[in-house]
Design a binder for this molecule. Structure first.
Ligand SMILES: Nc1ncnc2c1ncn2[C@@H]1O[C@H](COP(=O)(O)OP(=O)(O)O)[C@@H](O)[C@H]1O
Ligand SMILES: [Mg+2]
Length: 377
C-alpha cells in the first residue's frame, strides 16, 4: 500500500514529505521510503505561521492560514508523488500531521488541554484527489493523554529488537526519545521530550547572526560555555518533571529564548550559541540518567532529525555518554530527515484500517484510541 506522510515540526524549516510503501507480512510492517523531500515554506507563509505561534494573529488570520497550509501541503504531496513516478490513483491515503500552532498537553490554569494543527484536510483531499488523515493528536488528548509523543508507536514497529535495548531519539526543534526494551511490548515503551534540541539555537542564530541555524555547530564550536546562563537554564522546572511529559515552542520558543539572550546580552554571541548547545547535550544526558538508565541499561541510541547534522552537538552528546553506542537512523535504512514523516505514514496506516496507534504509557492516555480524522475526497 502506498501513502504519503507529511510532517512539519517546530523548527519551521519546511515540510518533510515522504512517499512510503507499507506492507504487512508475518514479520510485521515492512516500510520503504520511495521518494522524499524537505520542501521549504515560502518566507510569507513562514511569517504567517510565526505570527500565529507568537500570538500575533487573529481569528481571521488563523482561519485563512488553515486553508493556505492545506494548499501548501497539497503541493508538497503532488510534488512527491511525481518525484516517485506515481499518480494520485496509486496512493491510498495521505497522513498529514499539520503545523502545530499551539499545544496544551498538560493541565494549565484557565485553559483546556487541547491541540491545534493547521492545514485543512478537506483542501488537501480536494487538491490531491487522495483521502487525507489529519488531526492525529486530538483523540489521545480527549482520552486523557497529552497528545504527544505519538511517534513511539512507529518507532516500535521500525526499530524494536529481540536482543538490544534501544533508544530512538529525534533531534528536531524539540528533543524526544522512545525507549524500546529488548523483546519488549508496546506497553513497555517509555517516551518523552527531554527539552529543546534545535529550537533555541535556531532562534539565537536568527537574532544574533541573521542565519537560520548553526551549520554543523561551527559557531558553538568557536564559543565558550557561560556557567551562569547554563545553570539558570538547567534549573528550568521542565527538566526535573517526571515522564510522561512533552514540551514545545510554548515553553522553549522565541519568548523564553529572547528573554535569556536579553538578560545575558553582555556575552559574546558565539558564547550564547555554545551555551545553548551545551544545554541541549547536558539536558539529554541528565534525562537518560534520571529517567531511563536507573531502570534499563540502554545499548544504543539511534538519532534522527536535523540536529544530527550538528556535528558539534552530536560529539558533545557522545562525550557526555561515553558508554553508549551512538548511531544515525540512516544506518538502519531510514534517512534522518524522513523519520518523522514516515512515522506519520505508519500512524495513518493504522487509522486507515481503523486501528488504534497511541501508546498510553507514553502519552498518559487512559486507553488506546484511533488517531485522526479521515477526510474522503
Ligand atoms: N547542516 C546543519 N547543521 C546544523 N543544524 C542543522 C543543519 N541542517 C539542519 N539543521 C537543524 O535541523 C533543524 C530541522 O530539523 P527537523 O528535524 O526538520 O526539525 P523539526 O521536526 O522541528 O522541523 C533546523 O532548524 C536546524 O536547526
Ligand atoms: Mg523540519
Amino acid at each position: 500500500m502506498l501513502s504519503v506522510g507529511l510532517m512539519s515540526g517546530t523548527s519551521l524549516d519546511g515540510i518533510d514529505a515522504v512517499l512510503v510503501e507499507i506492507e504487512r507480512d508475518s514479520f510485521g510492517l515492512q516500510v520503504t521510503a520511495i521518494a522524499s523531500e524537505t520542501i521549504p515554506f515560502s518566507l510569507d507563509t513562514k511569517h504567517r505561521i510565526r505570527d500565529a505561534i507568537d500570538l500575533k494573529a487573529n481569528a481571521k488570520d488563523l482561519c485563512s492560514l488553515n486553508f493556505e497550509l492545506g494548499e501548501v501541503f497539497s503541493k508538497a504531496v503532488n510534488f512527491i508523488i511525481k518525484k516517485g513516478n506515481k499518480t494520485a490513483r496509486d496512493i491510498s491515503y495521505i497522513a498529514s500531521h499539520g503545523q502545530t500552532i499551539w499545544h496544551i498537553g498538560m493541565p494549565e490554569s484557565g485553559y483546556y488541554c487541547s491541540t491545534l494543527q493547521l492545514g485543512d484536510s478537506a483542501v488537501i483531499a480536494q487538491m490531491t484527489g487522495i483521502p487525507t488523515i489529519s488531526n492525529f493528536r486530538s483523540a489521545d488528548i480527549a482520552a486523557g493523554g497529552q497528545g504527544a509523543p505519538l511517534v513511539p508507536y512507529a518507532d516500535y514497529l521500525l526499530f524494536h529488537d529481540r536482543h538490544i535495548h534501544r533508544s530512538i531519539h529525534n533531534l528536531g526543534g524539540i528533543s524526544n526519545m522512545t525507549i524500546l526494551k529488548a523483546d519488549g511490548k508496546p506497553s513497555d515503551i517509555i517516551a518523552f521530550d527531554t527539552g529543546p534540541a534545535n529550537i533555541m539555537i535556531d532562534e539565537a542564530c536568527q537574532l544574533l547572526f541573521n542565519i537560520p541555524f548553526d551549520a554543523a555547530g561551527s559557531i558553538a564550536k568557536s564559543g565558550s560555555i557561560d556557567n551562569a546562563l547554563l545553570n539558570e537554564m538547567m534549573s528550568h522546572p521542565y527538566f526535573n518533571e517526571k515522564p510522561p511529559k512533552s514540551t514545545g515552542r510554548e515553553m522553549f520558543g522565541a519568548l523564553y529564548t529572547k528573554n535569556m539572550i536579553k538578560r545575558y546580552s553582555y556575552l559574546q554571541p558565539r558564547d550564547i550559541i555554545r551555551t545553548f548547545t551545551e544545554l541541549v547535550a547536558e539536558s539529554i544526558k541528565q534525562a537518560y540518567q534520571k529517567f531511563v538508565l536507573t531502570t534499563l541499561k540502554i545499548d544504543e541510541i539511534i538519532f534522527s532529525g536535523g540536529g544530527t547534522k550538528n556535528d558539534f552537538l552530536l560529539a558533545l552528546i557522545a562525550e557526555k555518554m561515553p558508554d553508549m553506542l551512538i548511531k544515525i537512523s540512516d544506518a538502519y535504512g531510514i534517512k534522518e530527515s524522513d523519520k518523522e514523516a514516515i512515522s506519520f505514514a505508519i500512524l495513518g496506516y493504522e487509522t486507515f484500517h481503523h486501528r488504534p496507534s497511541n501508546v498510553p504509557s507514553a502519552t498518559g492516555a487512559t486507553k488506546p484510541v484511533i488517531l485522526g480524522h479521515i477526510q474522503e475526497v
